[in-house]
Each structure stands twice: as C-alpha cells, then as structure tokens.
Ligand binder design. Structure first.
Ligand SMILES: Nc1ncnc2c1ncn2[C@@H]1O[C@H](COP(=O)(O)OP(=O)(O)OP(=O)(O)O)[C@@H](O)[C@H]1O
Ligand SMILES: [Mg+2]
Length: 135
C-alpha cells in the first residue's frame, strides 16, 4: 500500500490506520532517512492500541515500552553496531513476547526476522510517501 502524507498529522493518521490492523506478535520495521517520520508514524500506531503514552524517539534507551490494548515495544537500533548488541538487549524476549515490536533502523536485525511488515518512508517535497508491505 502507498500513502502520501502532506504533513506530520497525516503521518500520525496513517500510523493510526495501519496500527488498527496489528496483532500481538507482529513486527513492524520502519526505514527511511533521519527525520523521515518513523517516530511520527509510531505515534499513530501507539494511539491505535490505546497507549497512554505518546512515543518519543528512543535513541537514548534503544527501546521504549508503551502499555496499551497490546503493549508496543518501540526500538531505535541506530546506535547498535553488531548482532551481538541485539542479544545484549535480549531482543528475542521482545520479538517472541506478548506485544507488537516497532523497529526504527532495523537493518542489523533483519536476518533475525521471519515475517514482518516493512514500512518505508521517503520524501516527496514537503510531504512523505509511505509504503507498507508484508514480508
Ligand atoms: N509529512 C510528514 N510526515 C512526518 N513528519 C513530518 C512531515 N512533515 C514534516 N515532518 C516533521 O519531520 C520530523 C520527523 O521526525 P521523526 O522523529 O518522526 O523522524 P524519524 O524518521 O523518526 O527520525 P530519526 O531517524 O532521527 O529517528 C518531525 O519534526 C515532523 O514534524
Ligand atoms: Mg525516530
């Protein structure tokens, strides 16, 4: 699916609609340049799952947890370098846990994943183009 978002509000709304289809155990990989809107899209996902928290960039803690109808585990793997770093945060306990994993900068984790949603955000002038695909 391809969605065009003119501003950040529309990206939150796109994340909200996408989030409504998510189920326990789902994994969402968000790719796109710095500032593309990955965290903005995640705000909509958390809202769809009735999280009481609004997502913020987890860059300094690697993973944030948002309790809701289904817990959302929001990762930013930007600062991790090797697959070993993933084991040090015990990534399996999240991937095979009872929530939904949303992963920004997922490249170093892709080999560990079987089925996931790939969400790619690119620039279109002021706006963004969001493509979602089931891998
Ligand atoms: N159409 C749009 N969709 C999303 N964000 C937009 C849009 N237009 C402007 N913005 C702005 O761009 C910024 C996107 O920031 P955000 O933190 O979501 O990006 P990110 O992809 O998570 O970046 P990072 O790689 O640093 O984690 C926000 O300041 C947001 O307000
Ligand atoms: Mg971000």
């Amino acid at each position: 699916m391809v969605i065009k978002c003119k501003n950040a509000e529309e990206t939150v709304e796109a994340g909200f609609k996408f989030g409504q289809s998510l189920k326990q155990g789902d994994i969402v990989c968000l790719t796109g340049d710095l500032g593309a809107g990955k965290t903005t899209f995640t705000k909509g996902i958390a809202k769809a799952l009735n999280s009481i928290y609004e997502p913020v960039s987890p860059t300094f803690n690697i993973v944030n947890e948002y309790p809701g109808d289904i817990p959302v585990y929001h990762f930013d793997l930007y600062r991790l370098e090797t697959e070993n770093d993933l084991y040090s945060i015990d990534i399996d306990s999240y991937l095979y846990g009872n929530g939904i994993c949303v992963i920004e900068w997922p490249e170093i984790a892709l080999d560990l994943l079987e089925d996931y949603y790939a969400v790619r955000i690119s620039y279109d002038g002021e706006g963004r183009i969001i493509e979602t695909e089931r891998i």
